[in-house]
Design a binder for this molecule. Structure first.
Ligand SMILES: [Zn+2]
Ligand SMILES: [Zn+2]
Length: 404
């Protein structure tokens, strides 16, 4: 049985559980696709159960299943388990090496990513384009400019791999994180092709973070020329224009959103506890524990305020065809609700894992950092763009991942 991409993750997981209960034996393809489902749901507990099953069934010796397992642990935020599963693999392919390097890179474990890359080369496995994306992103994370540029040259000269958009995106992201905006823009000019939406969004977000509004507005103009298809991008731009009180630009962006037939942000988060997936939407009271969760969050906000958290009021558009704006509170953002639910329903030291349909906003990102400090819990949030792992008041993304 192979689970379809368009089938909802929860549905697929339920079918798998039913299949298990009925006593039917899953095959190789079922195992690798159920790992993919667990990854997309950040369902670590279920993933671990399936892992145990693959050991019993003997399917773990299959390279595809084993690689899917490593990928599942990576995506569920458990880098230690991913690493262990990788070490235990009897044979490794380019894909399995690359998966593990990508995992280290995403978790901000730069040294381990680079060490593994060297091990891979020593093992005689030739890296490909994708491997280099992970290597560059690892360097970008740690702000290792010389190393990144060195690997970029090695890729071109020693391996004759032509740089693609993703390679440049990593380098641009690196310069942006370091606040070296001139170098980031210089790199854009150097590219043989037109930058994509992702690159311009990185530049917009970076310029905003570093307070360089002129460059930020320039990047925003370029981004708008590409007519992005993504609501999130427009919301990011709207917020930027609203905070600068550039109302003409606000209207322009609104008009474009209507022309592109883009609606409101489809924001929701989900969390998997035991065998159940719980989903949360902002201002949605349909979950049986909604009232308790909301109260708990308000209480939590007060507690983290005493640690130094300041809630950020944001200007947000109320409705699709309304020009009016209002101050809105971010206390009902879905990941806050999912985290609150998780904290209420899991034992004290248990890690919390949440998945979110769009990028985190800067306020929620800041809030979760404080919650991880206050509760000493490890909180992982996979949003539409990045993996955020919050431990002791810090996030693995280095604070450049909160786009909205
Ligand atoms: Zn938020
Ligand atoms: Zn983060």
């Amino acid at each position: 049985m192979i689970f379809q991409h368009n089938q909802s993750g929860t549905e697929a997981l339920n079918i798998f559980l039913k299949l298990n209960r009925s006593g039917m034996k899953p095959d190789l393809f079922t195992f690798s696709s159920i790992f993919t489902v667990c990854s997309s749901l950040v369902a670590l507990d279920q993933g671990e159960q399936v892992h145990a099953q693959t050991i019993k069934s003997g399917f773990l010796s299959d390279i595809v299943v084993a690689t899917a397992l490593v990928n599942m642990y990576n995506k569920c935020g458990s880098i230690e388990k991913a690493s262990k599963a990788f070490v235990e693999m009897s044979t490794r392919t380019l894909i399995s090496w690359t998966t593990m390097i990508a995992g280290f890179a995403q978790h901000g474990r730069t040294q381990q990513a680079l060490q593994l890359f060297e091990d891979m080369r020593i093992a005689g496995v030739r890296p490909n384009q994708v491997t280099f994306v992970s290597v560059l992103s690892a360097c970008s994370h740690a702000g290792m400019v010389n190393e990144a540029l060195g690997y970029f040259e090695t890729m071109k000269k020693d391996y004759r791999i032509k740089p693609v958009m993703d390679h440049y995106a990593c380098l641009i992201d690196m310069f942006v994180r370091l606040g070296r905006l001139d170098e980031a823009f210089a790199l854009v000019k150097k590219m043989d092709f037109e930058p994509n939406e992702f690159i311009w969004s990185t530049l917009v977000a970076g310029c905003r973070s570093h307070g360089n509004l002129d460059k930020g507005f320039y990047a925003a103009e370029q981004l708008l020329k590409l007519k992005p298809k993504d609501t999130e991008t427009y919301v990011m731009l709207l917020n930027m224009y609203i905070s600068a009180e550039r109302w003409k630009d606000v209207s322009k962006v609104r008009k474009m959103m209507i022309e592109e037939k883009l609606g409101k942000l489809n924001e929701w988060s989900w969390i998997c506890i035991k065998d159940k997936v719980h989903s949360f939407k902002p201002n949605d009271n349909s979950h049986p524990q909604s009232a308790d969760v909301q109260k708990f969050i308000e209480n939590l906000i007060d507690q983290v305020k005493s640690l130094g958290y300041k809630s950020e009021e944001r200007l947000e558009l109320t409705d699709e065809d309304e020009e009016a704006t209002l101050f809105s509170s971010t206390s009902s953002h879905s990941e806050k609700l999912a985290i609150g639910f998780g904290l209420l329903n899991t034992p004290n030291a248990a890690p919390i894992r949440v998945i979110k349909s769009i990028s985190m906003c800067r306020d929620c990102h800041n809030f979760v950092k404080f919650v991880s400090l206050l509760t000493s819990r490890e909180i992982t949030i996979r949003d539409s763009k990045r993996l955020h792992k919050f431990v002791n008041g810090k996030c693995s993304c280095g604070d450049f991942g909160a786009l909205l």
